[in-house]
Design a protein around this ligand. Sequence first.
Ligand code: MRU
Length: 358
Amino acid sequence: MKINGTPFRTIWSTADNSAVEIIDQTKLPHVFATQRLENMRDAERAIRDMQVRGAPLIGVTAAYGVALSMRDHASDAALKATCDKLLLARPTAVNLRWGVEKMRALLAPLPVSERAAAAWQEAARIADQDVAINASIGRHGGELIRAIYEKKKSTVNILTHCNAGWLATVDWGTALAPVYNAFDAGIPLHVWVDETRPRNQGASLTAWELGQHGVPHTVIADNTGGHLMQHGMVDMVIVGTDRVTARGDVCNKIGTYLKALAAFDNGVPFYVALPTPTIDWTLQDGVKEIPIEQRAEAEVTHISGLCDDGQVRTMQLTPNNSRAANYGFDVTPARLVTALITERGVVKADAEAMRVLR
Ligand code: MRU
């Protein structure tokens, strides 16, 4: 996708293959900055501190983390220590495990002397594969938007939660890939962007990337979606996901479940866009089995933003002694999901239908 007209991915290797560069997403939307990742510790920190975030991008960054590590030490012990460390960086998005285990499976049988080169190649392949997968999600989901437009014959209003756009992947995004596909095909559309407290990935990242692409959008407070749906102002919801179970339960950014309930009550289709590596075939009951990340209280008690003097500052919202709870994700049961938009087509969120994706 383009930033001020220049094509970018969210992660790329330097021209001499000596390091990896990322867009530092903690600084957006007010500052566009890139950062060099020189070693595994840099990659692990970038994931943990959410300079890179979004399930697919976490998986790709972890793969590059293994590749960077293999350049320093490629022994069996080093491979194990690297994988173990990266797996702990964030708990909920299964793509992290997917990326790390893919690297481990490729590298473990190889002679130590061949691991560094093979790892670099594989990480680059996984990154390219993510782009192709998301483009395909875009085509399948774009057809759903087109179908609504053909019936409605006026602007299609799509609500999304958090950021599942190109910033959450290597390129194109998952939930926003259909939006870009339909928009580029000339279908009139408008996106309602949930701000997504507490880290505000909707307000800061989704709004920014839609704006860069010229897609009409409006940022709304997280509590607004139900009201809009009651008044016929939302034609469909499309969200991304961090982990889908084998029976179609969907884990995504906290607040997604409430949007699904409101959509169900108002007969608004609720779609989840995902690459198939986001399916955790080992789990069934998402509410009971998916680990939910809990993050620092300060993300709830404080907020950052651009001040009138042009400086970005952080300030406290809550009384000094109030405690805060910060659950990062929730689970939407499969029964509330209209369908899953995958790179292999649109599939019902149930165990039987999902078998074709296995
Ligand atoms: O905590 P984040 O910013 O990593 O959470 C991101 C989301 O919840 C996305 O909706 C999800 O990862 C899908 S990304 C294509």
